[in-house]
Design a protein around this ligand. Structure first.
Ligand code: AMP
Ligand code: MG
Length: 487
């Protein structure tokens, strides 16, 4: 029952909802489905402050009424967004099947934030789904998205997790929850694909103008804004993937509908962090062919950007052949750009400010040694950075030999260890720790271990005490860990 019928206190919401002024085919206006007995479980006070929101006058009932979707924030204009997408290579019509965009909140600096509720009931895009989410999966998104943010990687953020007081049926009955997530936008490659496939070229052009005005205003003056937009998105997505490669993150389901046009990590589902280095690492139970494996993420983003380019062809040039030529040129420049960014990033992981051709060989030798000996990705670089014997796995001749060559190489670097400290995290959300804290929070009603873990994850570039369990790689490397999609 919705118990908090009274008006909510003023939290400082400053909604300016541009999306609802767009083409009606791009969304459906609807409110979250009300929940029976909401209670707030996780609340991100620090993020609220960053958004210039103040919930100090809210009672816990009022917070729950708000973050369950039972009472709308002042100025909200709730919608479910429509989009399409290529899922595992196959084109499908999609949309927010269990999410409601409340609106766009402007903070004091004028920065725009999508405020979205995930797990908030069925929508016209739900297909066979129930529109709901389990507590464990929403806590998982909260934990990992915050960790990615603190690793310095663009990501949607998590403001709150609210229990619904209702059961969600999966393989068993689970507690239901709503996650309030916050992002620059939830505009996806799939949004453009929807317009290209179902609306007009004029609609496509208007939408790209909207996106440029909203997120990339500098491009509006370009000779060919849609083409520059494509290049910009490719560059930012490349940076994003390189960052994932830096910390061992596997998104797990990089379909075009999960690829943000504002280049943030979004749609946390079967994602996980790799322990032992192996480019073939896949955790997602549905990724049987390894399409979204760790080492395949660059190829996948190129594929996705090609899908975006294909959808944008009519607005790149009136002459289709010329347009195809232009976008091909962009797509073909991906590999060179990625290689360059990837190796420069990897060079920083071993303290080299500017990688030359021999350094690429040095990096590849290290990776080969790590792969062949199943060395822990995070802790190998952590060892090199802090010279603490974190891992006896590293006491092998092959690694020692590499290490002495590397030691010689970095003698000419000015500040190798500073570079490494800024590039190599000491703590990541390792699967066994994630599972442990989530099970306690979701099934035993004990949020404390997750809170403690989150505090550590907020400072990933600070070296941990040697005996910290957060820094230990699990025995058995990646084990048989499996993750699941829309749970
Ligand atoms: P994902 O692969 O998690 O990004 O989800 C793909 C699509 O399935 C999206 O359009 C989601 O909105 C939708 N979806 C996922 N879970 C549910 C659910 N429980 N009910 C309705 N739609 C869902
Ligand atoms: Mg998705």
């Amino acid at each position: 029952m919705n118990t908090a019928k009274n008006k909510l206190p003023d939290a400082g919401w400053n909604f300016e909802n541009s999306y609802v002024r767009l083409n009606q085919h791009l969304f459906t206006e609807l409110e979250p489905v009300k929940v029976r007995n909401p209670s707030i479980y996780f609340f991100n006070e620090k993020l609220a402050q960053e958004l210039n929101l103040d919930f100090s006058k809210f009672s816990s009932e009022q917070l729950a009424a708000l973050f369950s979707g039972n009472q709308l924030p002042e100025g909200a204009h709730p919608i479910a967004q429509a989009y399409a997408g290529h899922q595992f290579g196959h084109f499908t019509m999609l949309g927010d099947g269990r999410a409601i965009l409340m609106g766009e909140h402007l903070d004091k600096t004028g920065k725009r934030w999508d405020i979205q509720f995930k797990g908030s009931g069925r929508t016209p895009y739900s297909r066979g789904g129930d529109g709901r989410a389990t507590l464990k999966s929403m806590l998982r998104e909260y934990l990992i998205s915050e960790a990615i943010h603190y690793l310095g990687i663009p990501s949607s953020r998590s403001l709150a997790v609210c229990l619904t007081g209702e059961a969600v049926k999966r393989e068993a009955l689970h507690k239901g929850a709503v996650l309030c997530r916050v992002a620059k936008s939830h505009i996806r490659i799939g949004t453009i694909e929807l317009i290209r496939n179902f609306l007009t070229t004029e609609d496509l052009s208007e939408y790209c103008t909207y996106l440029i005005k909203r997120e990339y205003p500098d491009l509006s003056e370009a000779a060919n804004p849609p083409l520059e937009l494509l290049k910009k998105i490719m560059e930012l997505q490349t940076d994003l993937i390189v960052n994932w490669m830096r910390v061992g993150f596997i998104h797990g389901v990089m379909n075009t509908d999960n690829t943000s046009l504002t280049a943030e990590t979004i749609d946390y589902g079967p994602c996980a962090f790799m322990n032992a280095y192996n480019p073939n690492t896949v955790f997602s139970s549905i990724d049987r062919t390894g399409r979204y494996a760790f080492g395949n993420q660059a190829r996948v983003i190129q594929w996705n950007i090609a899908a975006l380019a294909g959808a944008m062809i009519p607005i790149v040039n009136d002459d289709e052949e010329k347009a195809i030529e232009k976008v091909k040129e962009v797509i073909n420049s991906f590999s060179g750009m990625y290689e360059e960014k990837y190796y420069q990033m990897m060079a920083k992981k071993i303290g080299i400010a500017n990688a030359g051709p021999n350094d690429k060989i040095l990096i590849n030798q290290l990776l080969k040694c790590m792969e062949e000996n199943a060395l822990d990705y995070t802790n190998t670089f952590r060892y090199l950075t802090y010279k603490q014997s974190i891992d006896d796995q590293l006491e092998i001749d092959e690694f020692k030999k590499w290490e002495s060559i590397w030691q010689n190489r970095i003698k000419i670097e000015k500040r190798p260890y500073e570079l490494m400290k800024a590039t190599n995290p000491s703590v990541i959300p390792r699967n066994h720790l994630v599972e442990e804290v989530l099970d306690k929070a979701a099934f035993e009603g004990n949020p404390e271990p997750m809170k403690t873990f989150l505090e550590t994850l907020k400072n990933p570039y600070k070296e941990l005490p040697l005996d910290s369990r957060y820094g230990k790689a699990p025995a058995g490397g990646n084990g048989h860990y499996q993750t699941f999609c829309g749970t």
